[in-house]
Design a protein around this ligand. Structure first.
Ligand SMILES: NC(=O)c1ccc[n+]([C@@H]2O[C@H](COP(=O)([O-])OP(=O)(O)OC[C@H]3O[C@@H](n4cnc5c(N)ncnc54)[C@H](O)[C@@H]3O)[C@@H](O)[C@H]2O)c1
Length: 256
C-alpha cells in the first residue's frame, strides 16, 4: 500500500516488534517515510528494523521504565534531527479475573498501556514545541475501552483511559499544531491472536467473531491504514477523535 506520501517524515512507533506496530512501521516505510521502531523485545525490534532496511531504526527499551523514556525519544529524534509523528502502540493484554488480579499486574498494564503513552507524548511534544514544527500523535486504544468482558478489568480501564488522555492531550497541544487522535481496534488477526485462537482460546475467539457484525477479524494492515490517515494531512482538521476500527464489534447486539 503506497497511497500516502511520508517522504521527508520520521515517525516513531512503539510496540513495533509486535503484530500491529510492525505493520504500521512497514506502511510508513512503504509510503516513503522513515520509521523509528521501539520495543522492549530487543531481538524482535532489531529483526523488524533490519527487515525494513535503511529507512528504519530499531530501539530497544522498556516503556514501564519512566526514567528511560526521554533518552529513548532523544535517540529517535537525533536519528534525523526531527520527528513528525508518534504512534503509541505498545501494549500488554493479560487475561485475569478480578479476584485473581494482583496490584502488580494492574500496575504493569496501566504503566504500559496508559502511563507510557502520556510520557512518550510529553517527551515528543516538548521537542515539537521547541522546533515549532507541529506533528501528529496516534494512540492505539481497543474495543475493550467500551465493551466490558471478564478478565480484562485492568486492560479495559487502561484503554478507556487512553481515549480520555487523547482528548485532553488534543486540547492542550492544539495551540502548538500537534494533533492527537486514537484508533480503537476490535479483534485483529495478528500471529499472536491467531495462535491463541487455534489453541486454548478457540471457544472465546469463535464467540467474539460471532458477535462482530462484519463476521470476521480485522487484519493488521486495516489498523495501519487508519493510523496513516490520522498521521497524514488528510486528517489535518481532526484532533481528539477516537476512530473505531472493529467491524462494528462495539456497536451493540448484532442479532437475536
Ligand atoms: N491484536 C488485537 O486484537 C488488538 C485489539 C485491540 C487493541 N490492540 C492493541 O494494539 C496494540 C498492539 O497490539 P498487538 O496485537 O500488536 O500485540 P503484540 O503483543 O503483538 O505487540 C505489542 C508489542 O508491545 C511491546 N511491549 C509490551 N510492553 C512493552 C514495554 N513495557 N515497553 C516497550 N514495548 C512493550 C511488546 O514487546 C510487543 O512487541 C496494543 O496496544 C493492543 O492493546 C490489539
Amino acid at each position: 500500500m503506497t497511497t500516502f506520501d511520508f517522504s521527508e517524515q520520521t515517525i516513531l512507533v512503539t510496540g513495533a516488534a509486535g503484530g500491529i506496530g510492525q505493520t504500521i512501521a512497514k506502511h510508513v516505510v512503504d509510503s516513503g517515510g522513515r520509521v523509528a521502531l521501539l520495543d522492549v523485545d530487543a531481538e524482535g525490534v532489531a529483526k523488524a528494523a533490519g527487515f525494513l532496511g535503511v529507512n528504519a531504526l530499531g530501539l530497544a527499551g522498556d516503556l514501564c521504565d519512566a526514567a528511560a523514556i526521554d533518552d529513548l525519544v532523544e535517540q529517535a529524534w537525533a536519528w534525523n534531527g526531527q520527528l513528525d509523528g508518534l504512534v503509541n502502540c505498545a501494549g500488554v493484554f493479560p487475561n485475569t479475573s478480578i479476584m485473581g488480579l494482583e496490584a502488580s499486574e494492574w500496575d504493569q498494564v496501566l504503566d504500559t498501556n496508559l502511563r507510557a503513552p502520556f510520557l512518550m507524548t510529553k517527551a515528543v511534544a516538548r521537542r515539537l514545541i521547541e522546533a515549532q514544527t507541529g506533528g501528529a500523535v496516534v494512540n492505539i486504544s481497543s474495543s475493550a475501552a467500551t465493551l466490558a468482558r471478564p478478565g480484562v478489568a485492568h486492560y479495559g480501564a487502561s484503554k478507556a483511559g487512553v481515549q480520555q488522555l487523547t482528548r485532553n492531550l488534543a486540547i492542550e497541544l492544539a495551540p502548538h499544531g500537534i494533533r492527537v487522535n486514537a484508533v480503537a481496534p476490535g479483534l485483529i488477526a495478528t500471529d499472536k491472536v491467531m495462535t491463541k485462537a487455534a489453541g486454548s482460546g478457540k471457544a472465546e475467539h469463535q464467540a467474539k467473531v460471532a458477535r462482530i457484525p462484519m463476521q470476521r477479524e480485522g487484519r493488521p494492515e486495516e489498523i495501519a491504514g487508519m493510523v496513516l490517515v490520522m498521521l497524514s494531512p488528510l486528517a489535518s482538521y481532526c484532533t481528539g477523535s477516537v476512530l473505531l476500527a472493529d467491524g462494528g464489534f462495539t456497536l451493540g447486539i448484532p442479532s437475536y
